[in-house]
Design a protein around this ligand. Structure first.
Ligand code: B12
Ligand code: SF4
Length: 510
């Protein structure tokens, strides 16, 4: 797609429809997390325009649903994070252009916010919403329906034949001033059912976004770039009211908070838990916590968290090595991880502790924390509480972060266009220069297979005690424990057999 092929017409007077497309965000199997980004930007436009929210993963005939509304469309909006979602977004943009080259295409989300000019250089994109979208998108739409390019809209960039114009940034909006996400514009029931089917589960789960930003400064995290380390949370009462409504409407059993840092404010968490208990919501919930925050919560609040149905906290531990924790500016120590594990055990709250291996280091210098070091530490966590799930991700440098800049300094090739960013994802970075292929295999084998059998969680303990497969599980448990204790993982016949019969690992994040 070349720049001079553009026929975009910013004069959208008289147009009534707004098409918002949420492309599949990641390659491979991920649970469907509701497309809340497009719901939030749709909220202020409800009742004024005919809104079509289309999620590639959920909407049947999604392509036709996007393409059939173009002639009467003010614009087509596309949401994207870095990587595969761009690929799917570009694919849809090409189809839109082929049917109606005049309709402006607006991109928003983390990736376009980081590279507004680069995005507008691609003919897949005319306008970029930088950062929060609710007010900016509303103003972009107002500008287009008045017949103008978004010249006076803060927080946006837009293509013109003379080049891309980047407007001044928009100050952050307090999340309490943002309207509730209109879940009814998304096909929530279908998303729930698809998740139930793919994950073989009977519970009904959906996402909820209750705060934005995070005061942390982890060097691999894109959050600071968008929210400038400024955390704001929805008032507890609003969280409880909205969730109560969702539970009733969609008969929910579980809510997954998609906040960057749900536990940032202890008083708010306390009030939310009290609300859940008072209203007898009887739901389970999952949320993310920093390792240094969670174990410092007051015992009475931790008890409330348990009583209010917290099923699992997702703790971004990342590393147990002091130099690595310093490199990544985690602001937490290995001791914090272990204390958080103890809290999980004491209060009967499940945990998923995530780790990252393969942080950038100069050529010729050794990795500061080897895969074996990390596995040894995870063993300590499992010994404290076998119910804790542990995930090891291989580091992928995400743009807009200090560790991305360091990776480029150490020789990583930088994508230079929207199209090149489309191929940037953990799957294509398999040959990461900081992790050897054998280490990836080791992680999959030991963390994904031997640890869960060696330190069985409550589900596996049931399988060890009862059922037809009891003896097979018991045998696996003994073998795995012997392997873990001796550190001898060669000739992993049982692992090869397991992989032949079962795909994936046992431990989903939530
Ligand atoms: C849900 C989620 C997922 C979901 C869905 C992704 C998605 N696109 O929503 C899944 C599970 C698939 C996922 C996967 C991954 N994720 Co993720 N995920 C999130 C999470 C927790 C919440 C996103 C969300 O729903 N926010 C709520 C909505 C309301 O906010 P929003 O998306 O920012 O949207 C606002 C604006 O951006 C804007 N906007 C957004 N879209 C649009 C569209 C238009 C047209 C307009 C005008 C405006 C607009 O307006 C919205 C309202 O203000 C965020 C962290 C966070 N708390 O935000 C990380 C986050 C988006 N993920 C991230 C990452 C790195 C990943 C993974 C790589 C993790 C991993 N190691 O596996 C993978 C991706 C793999 C791949 N690329 O192949 C990074 C993204 C960094 C980047 N440069 O893009 C984030 C920011 C986490 C972080 N702090 O680093 N993730
Ligand atoms: S604690 Fe989480 S959200 Fe906050 S900066 Fe670190 S990684 Fe990002």
């Amino acid at each position: 797609m070349t720049t001079n092929a553009r026929k975009t017409n910013y004069d959208r007077r008289g147009k009534k429809k707004i098409v918002l497309f949420f492309p599949t965000p990641a390659f491979g199997h991920y649970r469907i997390e509701l497309a809340l980004a497009i719901a939030v930007i749709a909220a202020p436009l409800e009742g004024k325009y005919d809104l079509r929210l289309i999620d590639e993963r959920v909407t049947p005939d999604y392509e036709q649903e996007v393409l059939k509304h173009l002639d009467d469309a003010v614009c087509v909006g596309i949401s994207s994070i870095t990587g595969y979602q761009i690929k799917r977004g570009i694919d849809m943009a090409r189809k839109v252009r082929a049917i109606n080259p005049e309709v402006p295409i607006v991109w928003g989300g983390y990736h376009p916010s980081l590279f507004p000019e680069q995005c507008c250089e691609s003919t897949a994109c005319d306008i970029v919403c930088v950062g929060q979208g609710d007010v900016t998108f509303q103003e972009i739409v107002a500008s287009l329906t008045a017949g103008n390019a978004p010249e006076n809209v803060q927080g946006c960039a837009y293509w013109t034949p003379a080049g891309t114009v980047v407007n001044e940034p928009r100050p952050l909006t307090n999340i309490n001033d943002v309207l509730p996400a209109p879940f009814h514009l998304l096909d929530v029931n279908r998303a729930i059912e698809l998740n139930q089917k793919t994950n073989h589960e009977s519970i009904r789960t959906t996402e909820f976004h209750s705060s934005q930003g995070c005061p942390g400064k982890c060097g691999y995290c894109a959050d600071a770039q968008l929210y400038q380390r400024h955390w704001t949370g929805l008032e507890a009462e609003r969280v409880v009211n909205e969730i109560e409504q969702l539970v009733k409407t969609y008969k929910l059993d579980q809510v997954n908070f998609s906040d960057a840092n749900f536990f940032a404010n202890q008083n708010r968490v306390k009030a939310i838990c009290e609300g859940f208990i008072e209203r007898q919501l009887n739901i389970r919930w999952v949320a993310s916590a920093r390792p240094d925050t969670f174990h410092r919560y007051k015992p009475e609040v931790l008890e409330l968290i348990r009583q209010a149905g917290c099923k699992r906290v997702i703790v971004g531990a990342e590393s147990a090595s002091e130099p690595v924790l310093e490199l990544i500016c985690k602001g937490a120590a290995a001791e914090d991880h272990l204390k958080s594990a103890q809290v999980c055990r004491e209060y009967g709250i499940g945990g998923t502790f995530t780790f990252i291996t393969g942080f950038p280091h100069a050529a010729g210098t050794p990795q500061q924390e080897t895969t074996q070091d990390l596995l040894d530490f995870i063993q300590k966590v499992k010994q404290i509480q076998p119910d804790i799930r542990t995930k090891i991700f291989v580091f992928t440098p995400y743009p807009g972060t200090p560790l991305y800049d360091l990776s480029v300094k150490y020789g990583m090739a930088e994508p230079k266009s929207l199209k090149e960013w489309a191929d940037y994802n953990p799957a294509t970075l398999m040959e990461s220069q900081w992790v050897e292929p054998w280490e990836r295999k080791m992680i999959e084998k030991v963390n994904g297979f031997y640890f869960p059998f060696a330190y069985p969680d409550s589900n596996m303990q049931k399988s060890l005690a009862h059922g037809a497969k009891k003896w097979a599980y018991k045998l696996m448990h003994c073998l795995a424990l012997a392997r873990v204790k001796s550190g001898f993982y060669s000739l992993p016949i049982e692992w090869v057999l397991f992989k032949t019969f079962k795909k994936g690992t046992f431990e989903p994040i939530a």
